[in-house]
Design a protein around this ligand. Structure first.
Ligand code: G
Ligand code: G
Ligand code: MN
Ligand code: NA
Length: 254
């Protein structure tokens, strides 16, 4: 179809936009991070969600330039929030496996951080478990170089992919994000609760942080807090919103 054709001019025509969703510290209620989520404002079709164009852009290779735009925009926005005086938090960017496997990925990322003057510790990359199947040399080197650079790494949609626990042993990730399907199952009883609490204790034992995705109600929140889940994200706290629509609180003056 023409979506692939239209994607070619989308970066240049500034048709992409990022929405941001907070990731909340369940103990303090503070914002620990913001996840950047891309949307495409198509001139004729209107707002297109990423599920409908990211796979196309991965097949065509356009994800590399789109992904660079996402990194630049998200890092610049996080720097802006810091300059406005908000307590600093990480910016989380979703990275496709294809993007991460590109030989110039780490170099590009380093240049973006320098250009936007954002310290590497305020950037987190979210990758899915599919990355762990790609046992290539480029990928291994990239993961090591990213670690050296000081960016954080998290595994997104954890539990839905081809998780092999040996990968968690071989690569050191900072955080796992429990897929929202498991959070939705909490109210349904035994299995949802058992799976989420098992992922939480696995993360704790492996000294990784753990984030629950897709929290929509207080029952889920209460259970996750009780199970010592570190962070939470979901409509209960906030939908993904344009940067200017987030109401953030500044450090109290003292
Ligand atoms: O925001 P929404 O729920 O529509 O996102 C759907 C999917 O698109 C999610 O799996 C999310 O990880 C992915 N996604 C959102 N933004 C980006 C992005 O900038 N890059 C990549 N590669 N995936 C993204
Ligand atoms: O795969 P990834 O985790 O990156 O997907 C994030 C997507 O999940 C976002 O695009 C966002 O729209 C969606 N999302 C975030 N919070 C919730 C929630 O509480 N419920 C549901 N159904 N979707 C959510
Ligand atoms: Mn994500
Ligand atoms: Na997810």
């Amino acid at each position: 179809l023409t979506l692939e054709q239209d994607l070619k001019s989308a970066v240049k025509n500034q048709e992409f936009t990022l929405h941001y969703q907070p990731i909340i510290d369940l103990k303090t209620g503070n914002i620990n991070a913001m996840e950047a989520l891309i949307r495409w404002n198509h001139p004729e079709l209107g707002l297109i969600p990423p599920d409908q164009f990211i796979p196309i852009s991965e097949e065509s290779g356009q994800i590399v330039s789109i992904g660079k735009w996402v990194l630049e925009t998200a890092c610049a926005q996080n720097k802006k929030w810091q300059q406005e005086g908000y307590p600093p938090f990480r910016i989380c960017v979703n990275i496709s496996t294809i993007q991460l496997q590109h030989p110039n990925f780490v170099q590009t990322l380093k240049a973006v951080l320098e250009d936007k003057e954002l310290e590497s510790k305020w950037l987190e990359l979210e990758v899915t478990e599919s990355i762990l199947l790609e046992d290539t040399q480029t990928l291994k080197e990239s993961l090591i170089n990213l670690k050296t650079l000081g960016v954080s790494m998290s595994i997104d949609d954890f539990g839905t992919g081809y998780t092999s626990l040996s990968y968690l042993r071989n690569f050191s990730f900072d955080r796992v994000k429990i897929d929202r399907s498991f959070i939705q199952d909490i109210a349904a009883g035994l299995n949802g609760k058992a799976i989420t609490s098992t992922i939480i204790s696995l993360a704790n034992k492996l000294k990784m942080g753990v984030v629950a995705e897709g929290i929509e109600d207080s029952t889920q929140l209460t259970y996750l807090t009780q199970e010592n889940c570190d962070d939470g994200q979901g409509y209960y706290f906030s939908r993904p919103l344009p940067a200017e629509m987030h109401i953030l609180s500044k450090f109290p003056e003292n």
